[in-house]
Design a protein around this ligand. Structure first.
Ligand code: SF4
Length: 75
């Protein structure tokens, strides 16, 4: 389970975030590129934009697929 006290740099404020367990696999970025972005060096993802209501299902898919459980949703 992701930890909101350990967010990666770059996460915009809001319910969805990526924490420091991220291994930079970029799966979430591939699933929902408008929501999850990668750092310039590709080492980690962050939430670049909180999902709109119509995008929550896609964000939830990324959360479910993350191999290390680094995506959180505090909503
Ligand atoms: S799917 Fe998980 S481990 Fe992979 S880049 Fe996204 S947050 Fe990081």
């Amino acid at each position: 389970m992701a930890d909101s006290a350990s967010k990666t740099p770059g996460n915009v404020p809001g319910a969805w975030y990526v924490d420091t367990n991220c291994i930079g696999c970029s799966l979430c970025n591939g699933t929902a590129p408008d929501i999850f972005a990668m750092t310039d060096d590709g080492s980690a993802a962050y939430v670049a934009r909180q999902p709109a209501v119509s995008e929550v299902e896609l964000a939830a898919q990324a959360l479910s697929d993350c191999p290390v459980g680094a995506i959180g949703n505090d909503a």
